[in-house]
Design a protein around this ligand. Structure first.
Ligand SMILES: NC(=O)c1ccc[n+]([C@@H]2O[C@H](COP(=O)([O-])OP(=O)(O)OC[C@H]3O[C@@H](n4cnc5c(N)ncnc54)[C@H](OP(=O)(O)O)[C@@H]3O)[C@@H](O)[C@H]2O)c1
Length: 253
């Protein structure tokens, strides 16, 4: 099969490309560096020509609606017009979440549903992002835990495997949501910060609990980002196992 991967040089997309190639199929990365720009539509039709599926991993969270919503709509319309199976990555818990980026991811899903048959997979935060949150909420030896803020982070490699499975599987005849995907463990911010600090040889932090201020922190404090029990498929490496493979000094997201 021939599978186009938007954002094929990014964190998730590069892993999807690898998983598809490992199985002996043709994976074609598509993003600005290959002449495909979702913000203008340049190169999109040409990139999809002759493809069986497209896995949509490109995004630019800093560009407002431009790529996340309008770029996704352009891609979904082009895929529907050419009969290419679109497989899209979204985020668990975005239905009522007030965070602007999550609102845009929901509108992207709606644009895909309006375009035609497609598959949307929602995943929880990746381990790297959960580690970033834990670091951001830790100042010196103190971690600030807001309400019941917690994560059920998932290994990016596991998400990539699932996306490759969906792209190489049968094409749907209608818009469909795959079962949500999460990692094996639910971890509080204090637990995440303890693991992250131990990873670089530091002692467990003192956890200070703060009330949530504003709608976004309130949603995280309610753990809206954690799937309700039994609603998600779980798998992939635990956060601790993922962390063990990272350099002592974590950086980025
Ligand atoms: N991080 C998480 O915890 C998490 C959880 C669930 C779902 N997700 C979803 O996973 C997806 C991928 O995330 P990621 O962290 O892998 O992203 P990433 O590493 O930032 O990669 C995104 C890619 O998008 C491409 N891109 C940006 N603007 C573009 C444009 N205008 N046209 C075409 N391509 C463009 C970039 O390549 P060029 O520079 O070559 O254009 C880049 O390589 C996102 O949709 C995100 O919402 C993430």
């Amino acid at each position: 099969m021939r599978v186009v991967v938007t954002g094929g040089a990014g964190d998730l997309g590069s892993r999807v490309v690898g998983k598809i190639r490992e199985r002996g199929h043709d994976a074609v990365p598509a993003s600005r560096r290959t002449g495909v720009d979702l913000s203008s539509g340049a190169g999109v039709d040409a990139a999809l020509r002759g493809a069986d599926a497209v896995v949509h991993c490109a995004d630019d969270a800093s560009a407002g609606d431009t790529v996340t919503v309008h770029g996704t709509r352009r891609l979904a319309d082009a895929a529907a017009a050419q009969g290419v199976h679109l497989v899209h990555i979204s985020i668990v818990g975005i239905d009522d979440h007030p965070m602007a980026y999550y609102r845009r991811k929901l509108r992207a899903e709606q644009a895909i549903a309006a375009a035609g048959p497609a598959t949307v997979l929602r995943a929880t935060q990746f381990h790297s992002l959960a580690a970033f949150f834990a670091r951001t909420l830790t100042k010196g030896p103190v971690t600030f835990a807001i309400g019941d803020m917690a994560f059920q982070p998932v290994d990016t490699d596991h998400v990539a495997l699932r996306l490759a499975d969906l792209a190489l599987g049968p094409s749907p005849t209608a818009y469909a949501r795959a079962r949500d995907l999460a990692g094996p463990d639910v971890l509080t911010v204090g637990e995440l910060a303890t693991l992250v600090r131990a990873h670089r040889g530091a002692s467990a932090p003192r956890v200070v609990h703060l009330p949530a201020v504003g709608s976004v922190l309130t949603a995280f404090a309610r753990a809206d980002n954690v799937p309700a029990a039994g609603t998600a498929e779980t798998g992939g490496r635990t956060f601790a196992a993922w962390l063990a493979d990272q350099p002592a000094r974590l950086s980025g997201r």
